[in-house]
Design a protein around this ligand. Structure first.
Ligand code: BGC
Length: 492
């Protein structure tokens, strides 16, 4: 699709000249504009998408017992029921990039809402395993599509000065979703309740669809599609105080400087290799430092650390992992646009390394039972309590750094023409890494022991720190168009 602006009515200005200077990309929206009701709609879309992502990712562990007693499941099918959400998410994320570039960010969010509703309903009413698995795949696709569309939507519609907070609100919603899933798992443990647990996502899914219908389209995508008159209308809604023409000219100039043809090949072009490396590296380090080993297996880790009763394990998992995760994400929302992405990442990785070292050391003093084994002792030992403190410190450190910042940076570093596809690749790699870590965590514990497994995560956090220090640029407060200049300057 051509990058030229529309020739339609509306008195729009002619396209920015190709030889315009880079200073034409001067900030037009770096100072906070007023918070319009339309930005509220954008925020609701982001919150519902993230919340459904977190809920659907977290709820299955509590639903499995009931599912197993309703259908006679072989171990293989149990694994399929559990993990095909990840498979669906991977495929959904890859497809969403193309869809978001072709039909727009808003309609992609609508597709996510429809998939969430459909998938939740199919699972809730599944008469047999085959239909249940189909429902898992559909909901997985919804998670993947939302994981690409919602932060992309937030990044493109929020004013530059608030962008970090908007994308972090998406992460906040993921953590609230995980927390709610832990709570629901604790409340509804009787057999047939699994249908309610899985089906409950249909209501917010439907609400996401309805709010999505009202939501504005991304002016950046509209400009990419040469629809300037509509872009003017949509930009006025979310940023009524900015100089609309200047802002659109700046977007237009950035688009005109990019070569045409948004193909997959273009995502891999040498000029975009650096942002792609930054995006992929962040996506991988977010997962290989162990977050989902802890989110998925917290219950078992606490069991091995001496929390003997199910009630004590559920309570400590829900509040010390789920609750703390939500609260600590608020730190990122408060600081990401002032303190910057790099500072949060570097500080968080130091906290993650230190806490993983503490957990690794504590496990040296805990009887060498695998996290999967039942605890033999009646209560947590000192080493068990130290493990608890270490894990809480890890969750806090992750929640104000790698959790929100990775999604923020991935969604702001790519040029408009390839943004959808490039974000999709990074998101799919993030899901792939999550899948591998959660798949191999227990085998790793079996093979090298709990202590060494956490020390390995600590080592990867140190490598992550060095990599962030060297490779990740600061992007706070800059418009998406200015950020693209970072790569051009580096290449020069
Ligand atoms: C990650 C998820 C993780 C969640 C925990 C997100 O940023 O992408 O994999 O489960 O944070 O809060």
């Amino acid at each position: 699709m051509s990058a030229l602006p529309s020739k339609g009515p509306g008195g729009q200005r002619p396209p920015a000249p190709r030889d315009a200077t880079l200073s034409s990309l001067a900030p037009t929206s770096t100072s906070p504009s007023s918070f319009s009701a339309w930005l509220g709609v954008v925020l609701v879309v982001v919150l519902f998408s993230g919340g459904l992502f977190g809920y659907d990712q977290g709820v299955i562990s509590g639903a499995l017992t009931g599912i197993k007693s309703s259908f006679a499941l072989s171990p293989l099918i149990v694994e399929v029921v559990t993990s095909w959400v990840t498979l669906g998410a991977l495929l959904g994320a890859l497809a969403a990039g193309e869809i978001a570039d072709r039909i727009g960010r808003k309609r992609t969010v609508l597709i996510a809402g429809a998939l969430f509703t459909l998938g939740a309903a199919v699972q809730a009413f599944a008469p047999d395993t085959a239909i249940l698995v189909a429902g898992r795949l559909i909901i997985g696709a919804g998670v993947g599509v939302a994981a690409v569309a919602a932060p992309l939507y937030a990044a493109e519609l929020s004013p530059a000065a608030w962008r970090g907070r908007f994308v972090s609100a998406y992460q906040l919603a993921i953590t609230i979703g995980i927390f709610l899933a832990y709570l629901v798992d604790g409340w509804l443990s009787s057999n047939e309740s699994w249908r309610v647990m899985l089906g409950a996502a249909a209501i917010p899914g439907l609400l996401l669809f309805v709010v999505g219908l009202l939501a504005p389209e991304s002016p950046r995508w509209l400009m990419k599609m040469s629809r300037r008159p509509t872009a003017i209308i949509e930009l006025k809604k979310v940023s009524p105080k900015v100089d609309i023409e200047a802002e659109l000219d700046s977007i237009d100039l950035a688009l005109s400087r990019e070569s045409s043809g948004a193909t997959w090949g273009e995502v891999l072009r040498p000029e975009w290799r650096r942002p792609l490396m930054v995006g992929l590296g962040l996506a991988i380090f977010q997962q290989v430092t162990g977050i989902n080993a802890i989110i998925y297996y917290a219950d078992q880790i606490f069991g091995a650390a001496g929390f003997a009763t199910e009630v004590s394990r559920t309570t400590v998992t829900t509040w010390s992992i789920g609750g703390v995760n939500v609260l600590a994400t608020l730190i990122a929302i408060a600081f990401i646009d002032h303190w910057g992405r790099r500072n949060l990442l570097l500080t968080g990785l130091i906290g993650m390394t230190a806490s993983l070292l503490v957990v690794g050391a504590a496990f040296r003093f805990i009887a060498p039972a695998a996290p999967g084994a039942a605890a033999a002792v009646a209560g947590p030992s000192v080493a068990g309590l130290v493990t608890l403190v270490g894990l809480v410190a890890f969750i806090i450190s992750f929640a104000f750094s790698l959790g929100p910042v990775v999604w923020t940076v991935i969604n702001e570093i790519f040029p408009g023409r390839i943004r959808g596809r490039a974000v999709a690749v990074c998101t799919a790699v993030n899901w792939g890494s999550a899948f591998l870590v959660s798949q191999f965590f227990l085998s790793l514990v079996d093979g090298i022991g709990s202590s060494s497994t956490f020390l390995l995560f600590a080592l990867l956090s140190v490598i992550g720190w060095v990599w962030v220090y060297v490779c990740v640029p600061e992007t706070k407060g800059q418009t998406l168009e200015q950020i693209q200049l970072i790569w051009k300057k580096k290449a020069a």
